[in-house]
Design a protein around this ligand. Sequence first.
Ligand code: FAD
Length: 625
Amino acid sequence: MSLYNTVYDVIVVGGGHAGSEAAAASANMGAHTLLITMNLQNIAQMSCNPAMGGIAKGQIVREIDALGGYSAIVTDKTAIQFKMLNKSKGPAMWSPRAQSDRMQFAECWRTMLEQTDNLDFYQDSVNGLIFDGDKITGVKTALGLEIKAKTVIVTAGTFLNGLIHIGEKTFGGGRAGEGASTGITEDLVAKGFEAGRMKTGTPPRVDGRSLDYSKMTEQPGDDNPEKFSYLPITKSLTKQRSCYLTYTNPEVHDLLKEGFDRSPMFNGRIKSTGPRYCPSVEDKINRFAEKERHQVFVEPEGWNTVEIYVNGFSTSLPEDIQDKAIRSIPGFEKVKFFRYGYAIEYDYFPPTQLKHNLETKLIENLFFAGQINGTTGYEEAAAQGLMAGVNAALKTQNKDPFILKRSEAYIGVLIDDLITKGTEEPYRMFTSRAEYRTLLRQDNADIRLTEKSYKIGLAKQNRLDRVLQKKNKTNSLIKFIEELSIKKEEVNPILERKNSASINQSMKLVKIASRPQIELSDLLSIEKLNSFITENEIDSEIIEQVEIHLKYSGYIEKEKANADKLNRLESVPIPSNFDYTKVKSLSFEAREKLSKIQPTSISQASRISGVSPSDISVLLVYMGR
Ligand code: FAD
């Protein structure tokens, strides 16, 4: 079967983080999938920093793994450093982050995709979409091919009409060294889609041999690094590469300011909005003029390269200014540049034009995922890609969409935020965006999601078996601790050591283990507990689950109750294409917003900005509740 006479179930346009996860997911769901991307050497290329995870993003990578996606496995296999961030805070805040070897990351992704059944590859640029009325039926490419498909997922990242800026220079491109993509935006706008512009930027890359690390502070990885994937097929790192920390100073800021009149950010040439939480260095010194210094993290790009990513120094100032200013940073006096920083502007499609399954409202069988939806970050892109891949495959199988609730996953929060609230600046995930973050922890993504994914045919049996075993062992250890009565002689020496009040008579172990000063690991010298753990082959992952249960079950139960309340509202559906103009007692703003977003449930309606609690009461009465 050639490209000319195959009707694919799913065509994925773009092999970035979203496209790669989309292609893997739809192919693993049994859909005959074609991945078309401009350059097959650059599969899942990390356009910016060579790192995965971090606060809230690490939880997303864990969720992708729990669902059967590849990002976590690729990260583990190519990591050069691992850190669990926020370990001093409660477990809802623990966030895994890994630095990866940039070149190995892309290579590993490609290998994993090549080993995936049902997946074909084709290198070309898609420059048009083929429609039959309000349905998509295929794509057109720059080489003139027309390839047919039942569903199409567009994951074009920063490439749609991409425009690169460095100082006063401007040129078309999707990222450094790669051409922009034209045609898709134009076809979609002609079909009635609203498009917008956003911008992002990246720092210079430099030669690590030209840096003086003695003037910086070493930032090593964790002493006992963990890993992202729940599967035992990846291992924790046994050796790691360190990052280094240095700072800008007033001299650096003054030198940067010399280029402000030639900066595309300040002379009006870049009009679009950039990521608020990943600002350029010129933005930082402009907005926070009172700050005398900003952090600069010096991050290696891999095991076998001297290239360094200068994290915190994202800039689109002219090359001569970048060159001059960076030399005043301690350790950078003799720096040699590999690449200058730059900014890029690109088209995105306001995501309120999507349904919860990431299919567009205007065109049936057309899905969007990743930066095209106004997000920023590999993790956000990969998560959407996976969900779009799953849902496109389900659509071809005439099955119900797979939608995660806000109380089930950060991925649910991400998609619901995007399609309900939209975004006018690049959207990144934060723990604060999730109202149920005590439930959505990085340690329990598998318990939350793997069974769901198995049911729709994505997660495989080995994943499910592992999760069921984790659940069983956790429950049996909790039961054992709840039932075991402990003598004072057995436990008082431990309590004394931990400055915790001793006991006068036998007591259930659970009472001791729940004390805030006591960790389960402190109690392992109690013989019966120790034997139970050994006999049942209970590992540190289970002990951590039990510890979290003992210390936080009160909060967890409270959040679950709140989530249940919300989910009851979620189950009050609003018919599709509901005519809000009929409901005169709604406020004007609510009528306008509800008509535009067309929420599918009362709960979703309540999250739209401008829809007040009294509007919700009106709707509930209208729906007969
Ligand atoms: P991309 O990774 O951009 O992948 C898109 C893919 O689609 C590419 O492989 C491309 O070749 C392919 N493609 C595009 N159009 C077509 C077409 N018509 N036909 C065929 N193939 C096509 N994120 C952050 O979190 N923080 C940052 O500070 C940050 N800075 C960035 C700076 C720059 C300069 C760039 C370029 C990106 C930056 N990002 C940053 C964003 C991050 O790279 C993206 O969020 C992430 O890569 C998005 O993934 P994606 O899959 O949506 O798109």
